[in-house]
Design a protein around this ligand. Structure first.
Ligand code: PNS
Length: 162
């Protein structure tokens, strides 16, 4: 059984992430979405909130499982019997960073390979940070996050609706 992990902060999940999840879930038997629990990082949403949102927006994809992890990704992959790590690439700047991490992870555990999906062009500018920044000031983010996530962002920023 081919098990893949799509790791990330997902603070919050965007339509760009969802696109990568949809496409990568077709090339593995099971895709585990691993939400990084990182107490040092200043996240807007708690790990539980991030996991909850991802569960809601991926509920229609049967082979997706949502989980959280802390520590090294390669250790988590081993624990989950996963030997594929999925990452999305938006631009060459992503590639420079991702290449180094993929090589370090492969060195640490040669059983684990990283596969990259190029982001759909319509989401090439999308990031969780952009979604948060626009939502903070009440701007429309319906092109970059799911309705469920818009609701949660509005709650965080005390906007009644948008
Ligand atoms: O969504 P992000 O923040 O770009 O995801 C980064 C993530 C979670 C994939 C990366 O930080 C990670 O794998 N962290 C776990 C710790 C680890 O394994 N570090 C070694 C590689 S940097």
């Amino acid at each position: 059984m081919k098990v893949g992990i799509y790791p990330g902060s997902f603070d919050p999940i965007t339509l760009g992430h969802l696109d990568i999840i949809t496409r990568s879930s077709k090339v593995v038997d099971k895709l585990i979405i691993g939400v990084l629990y990182n107490s040092a990082k200043n996240a807007l949403f708690s790990t539980e909130e991030r996991v909850g949102m991802i569960k809601q927006v991926t509920s229609h994809i049967p082979n997706v499982e949502v989980d959280s992890f802390s520590g090294l990704l390669v250790d988590y992959a081993k624990m989950k019997n996963a030997n594929i790590i999925v990452r999305g690439l938006r631009a060459i700047t992503d590639f420079e960073y991702e290449l180094q991490i993929a090589q370090a992870n492969h060195k640490a555990n040669p059983e684990v390979d990283t596969i990259f999906f190029t982001t759909n062009v319509e989401y090439s500018y999308v990031s969780s940070s952009i979604a948060k920044e626009f939502a903070r000031y009440g701007s429309d983010v319906s092109q970059i996050v799911s309705p469920i996530v818009i609701e949660k962002l509005n709650e965080k920023f005390n906007h009644s609706e948008k």
